[in-house]
Structure formats: C-alpha cells, structure tokens
Design a protein around this ligand. Structure first.
Ligand SMILES: NC(=O)C1=CN([C@@H]2O[C@H](COP(=O)(O)OP(=O)(O)OC[C@H]3O[C@@H](n4cnc5c(N)ncnc54)[C@H](OP(=O)(O)O)[C@@H]3O)[C@@H](O)[C@H]2O)C=CC1
Ligand SMILES: CC(=O)C(=O)O
Ligand SMILES: [Mg+2]
Length: 512
C-alpha cells in the first residue's frame, strides 16, 4: 500500500469519526447504536436501535404503543405524539382502516407496509384476524400482488438470488442480516398459483407463506427467510413491463439452471447448517419440482409444499368428508382434473393411506385413483409419452379425452380439481357427479379464485345442496334451500402449526 493510499484511508476514517461524532439526535451513551459483532465478509452490523432509528426498525418498533417509561428509556420523547395507544387499540384501528379499502390489493399493500413498519403489530393483527386476513397475505390477493409486484414495489422483502450472482451466491446469503434461520421458503417463480410464470415477482409467495409460519406455526419472524431464485422469465408481458423487477431475459434451463440451484443449495447448508432448516420448495414448475425434490431430499431437509404439503391437507379433508359421506378411503373412487404436482402428490398420499389402512400393495391402491391431464385420461396406452411422475397412474383403460367422459366411464365418488383451469367443472360435470352420488365430494383446489374449477355456489346449486365442497381459495358461505352451507378451504397453511414441532422432534430423535 502506498503512503498516499494510507493517508487517504486515514482521512476517510477521520471523516467517518467526525460524522459519527456530529451524528445528531441522542448521544449514544450506552453504545447501543454500535456494532456488537464484526463479520469478516459483509460490512453490515448488528445494532440495538434507539430513538429515531428504533421507530424505523420494524422488528422493535411499537409505534404509539411505547409506554411513558419506554419512551424515556429509548430516547423517544418528542418523536411520538404524547398519546399512548395500546396494541389492542392499534389493531382495532388498523382493522377499521383495512375494511375501508374496497380493492383487495390496497389491503395487501397496507399489510405489507405494516409488516415493514411494525412487525409485532402485523403479526398480532394477522393472528387475531386470521380468517379475514388470510385471503390478503395468501391466495387469492397474493396472486394479484405478484402479478403487479413491480408496480406496487416499495421496499424489498426477502432475498433475491439471480443468475448474476453465479459464483458468489454465498455472499448474497451473507448479506441477509439474520444468522439463525430455521425455515426457508424458496421459489423460482415459474408456476405461481395457477397464474403461470411470474418470474422474480413470485417473491410475494414465500413472503406470504412465511408470514403464516409465524402467525400459525409460531416460528420467530427473524428465523424465516423468503428467497426468490431469478433465472429469468418466459412471461412476455413481464419482459416488456417497464416496472418489472427481475432479470430481463428468458429463463435459463438445463445445466445453467441446475448449476445455480446447486450453488444455492450448497451455500444454504454452508451458512445455516443442515439441522435447523426446513427448506420448502414453492411454486416451481413441475418439470423442475419433482427432480429438485428427489435430488435434494438426499442431502438437505427439504420438502415441496405443492406436492407434499397439499397432499397432507387434502387427505385430512378427505378423511373429514368421510364422516359426512360414509365409507372408508378404500371404498371411494377418485378422479383428478390436473396431473401435476398437486394432483399426483395428493393421489399418491391417498394410495399410501389406503395401503396403510388395508395392507394392500400400493400398486393395487393406486387403481382407485384416476387422473386427467390436458390430453385426457392417463391410461396405459399413453405410457411411453408420459412424464415420469404420471406413469404410476397409467391404468389399463380405454383412452378418454374429456373430463365429462372420464366421469361417465369411471363414476368417481370424489372429484378433485388441480388443473389451474378456472370453471373447468362445468354444470354438466357437476351434474354428472350428482347423478350417481348421493353426496358427491368436490374439491376445487386451483388458485387463485379466478382459476378455481368451480365456485362454492355452483357446486351446491348444481348438486341441489348435496356436494361436500372445499376449495383452494376461500368462498363465502352459500345459502341454498334455506340452509347456509360453509365451504371448506384446502390450504397448506393448516399444517404449518405442526410441521415445526414435528421437525424439532425429528431433530431431537431422528429415529422416531
Ligand atoms: N389448494 C392448494 O393448497 C393448492 C392448490 N394448487 C393449485 O393447483 C393448480 C395446479 O398446480 P400444480 O399441480 O402445481 O400445477 P402443474 O402445472 O404441475 O399441473 C397442472 C396439471 O393440470 C393439467 N391441465 C392444464 N390444463 C388442463 C386442461 N385444460 N384440462 C385438463 N388438465 C389440464 C396439466 O396437464 P399437462 O400435464 O398435460 O400439462 C397438469 O397435469 C394451481 O392452480 C395451483 O394454484 C397447488 C398447490 C396447492
Ligand atoms: C396454495 C399454493 O401453494 C398454490 O396454489 O400453489
Ligand atoms: Mg404453491
């Protein structure tokens, strides 16, 4: 280092000291605002906020709920109006304000603003009003939010790992200010709900799901890390959108895609370890989802929410339905519209459970389950051209191209929509189900609402109120024939409360 460079560096340090000394505001008497830990790579610091900074720190800010004593202790006097408003009253006020918004997206933006401003209040609000706010942070509104993410973007949430970070993904992870991460939800944005490829704007999904890990599962917010892998997008509309926030290129595939994923997965393990982490794959397209799950389940604690999480919740829904419709799981016949991640994931868990209940081989149990994809019923004559995750469902049957014909030929007792195709359960389809089932079970699981295979009202109306109905996105109760029917919701967040305790049990005793 030359003498000139050394002098320059000393000058810089002196200037920094001067700025720090001038600082403004409250003197940092107790060293609260100083870094408490040094990190070798990235120049960020842990600090305990006080005064003005505290009000802008979402993790600790309590807004008007700071008590008189806290205002003294944290140098807040004068920075807040004198009134003290309890957290309960703040919740009441914000709920009142949220209810004024007629446009769901405005509610979403207001909720995200709150999360960025006052995390405690955000979670209190969500926990106390979960039924009302779930459709905002989760489907359906989160879908619209992802579509318009660039336009409504204010402050970044989560961590973005893009193709540009190749070779330095670990440095990207180091930039995240928390070390004690326990749950990661990661997407590459290629299949966001039933809305298709939303590229980098898929970030709303991991952010929303993780807020539910906290609100419903009790995981600390600081232990949750939402991640979006940006390998480009094939969505022309987004590529041409001036507000698009992601890489403006078509999706990387093959080796380039898998190299980035591998670097990311290695970096995650290196930084956060392998024990204290569930890594949830979310809304990947099926041509990657099954392979990623198979590959990384050998080395990481991973699961795929769309394949496995959905299956657990829908199986629970089916078991509950049996209380109404009667019979055992094995006595029913299942037909799916949609043979992708959700469809084949649920199908496999149904077969596994039947096998467990009856001791019959899984191959036999799979014969109770049929799936229709975009080319028609999956049958043995299609076996050579099927994607690997569909082949177990290629039963010996005559080919059928439409859902209606499949229903007529199979006569299922349970119809499940996992196609992402809105209103695919037409009047004829539902009437056909009602013609040979006293209580047809109809689950219309595709999200968001506009992609649901039918509405609750249609399911009840076209079955004269006899359907046992659940959907992926919520529907309001429906009055039919003088009775109020309350549709169920098949949503994965229902298992969030137990997955975390399960993992903790697993880690403390992996043999159980
Ligand atoms: N409620 C919940 O908790 C969940 C809901 N979902 C929803 O399920 C839907 C599907 O997700 P996922 O399984 O991951 O998506 P995939 O892309 O993996 O699967 C979609 C399937 O639907 C089939 N399909 C598409 N169009 C048609 C059509 N016109 N007729 C018949 N079949 C069709 C596809 O056929 P092909 O294979 O021939 O292309 C494919 O088999 C989405 O809307 C998603 O939001 C997903 C997870 C959880
Ligand atoms: C809910 C969900 O995970 C989905 O629709 O993809
Ligand atoms: Mg999903």
């Amino acid at each position: 280092e030359s003498a000139a460079e050394t002098a320059e560096a000393e000058k810089e340090v002196a200037a920094e000291k001067e700025v720090a000394a001038a600082g403004g505001g409250v003197e940092d008497k107790y060293g609260e605002d100083r870094a408490t830990e040094e990190l070798p790579v990235t120049p960020w610091a842990f600090s305990v906020a006080s005064g003005y900074t505290l009000l802008r720190d979402p993790h600790h800010n309590k807004g008007l709920a700071f008590t008189e004593r806290e205002r003294d202790a944290h140098y807040l006097r004068g920075l807040l109006p004198p009134g003290v408003v309890s957290q309960d009253l703040q919740v009441k006020k914000i709920m009142h304000n949220l209810r004024q918004y007629k446009v769901p997206l405005q509610r979403y933006v207001a909720m995200m603003d709150l999360q960025e401003r006052n995390e405690r209040l955000f979670y209190k609000l969500l926990i106390d009003n979960v039924e009302e706010l779930l459709p905002v942070v989760y489907t359906p509104t989160v879908g619209e939010a992802c579509q318009k993410y660039g336009s409504i973007f204010r402050r970044p949430q989560g961590l973005y790992v893009s193709l540009r970070d190749k070779g330095k993904v670990i440095d990207v992870l180091r930039n995240w200010p928390e070390r004690n991460i326990q749950v990661i939800v990661v997407t590459d944005g290629e299949r966001i709900l039933g809305l298709g490829d939303l590229g980098c704007q898929g970030m709303g999904i991991p952010v929303g799901k993780l807020s539910l890990y906290t609100a419903l599962g009790g995981v600390r917010p600081s232990a949750c890390l939402p991640i979006t892998i940006d390998v480009g997008t094939n969505n022309e509309q987004l590529l041409n959108d001036e507000f698009y926030i992601g890489l403006r290129q078509r999706r990387a595939t093959g080796e380039e895609y898998h190299e980035l994923m591998e670097e990311f997965m290695d970096a995650v393990k290196q930084i956060y370890g392998e024990k204290v982490l569930i890594q949830q794959f979310e809304d990947f397209a099926n041509h990657n989802a099954f392979d990623l799950l198979a590959k990384y389940s050998k080395s990481h604690l991973v699961f795929n929410d769309d394949i496995q999480g959905t299956a657990s919740v829908v199986l629970a829904g089916l078991l509950s339905s049996l209380k109404v419709v009667g019979g055992t799981l094995a006595e029913h016949t299942y037909l799916f519209l949609g043979a992708g991640e959700a469809g084949t994931g649920i199908a496999e868990l149904i077969a596994l459970e039947i096998s467990k209940q009856t001791n019959a081989p899984i191959e036999e149990c799979r014969k109770k389950v049929f799936l229709v994809d975009s080319k028609g019923l999956i049958v043995s004559s299609r076996k050579n051209s099927l994607q690997p995750f569909k082949t177990s469902w290629a039963h010996e049957r005559e080919p059928v191209t439409t859902l209606l014909d499949a229903i007529k030929s199979i006569r299922p007792t349970v119809l499940i929509g996992t196609s992402g195709v809105g209103r695919a359960f037409t009047k004829e389809v539902i009437e056909a189900m009602a013609s040979f089932n006293e209580r047809p079970v109809i689950f219309s699981l595709s999200n968001p609402t506009s992609h649901s295979e039918c509405t609750a009202e249609e399911a009840y109306k076209w079955t004269q109120g006899r359907a046992v109905f659940a959907s992926g996105s919520p529907f309001d109760p429906v009055e039919y024939d003088g009775k109020i029917r309350v549709p169920g919701q098949g949503k994965q967040c229902l298992y969030f409360p137990w997955i975390w305790p399960w993992c903790c049990d697993f880690w403390s005793n992996p043999r159980t």
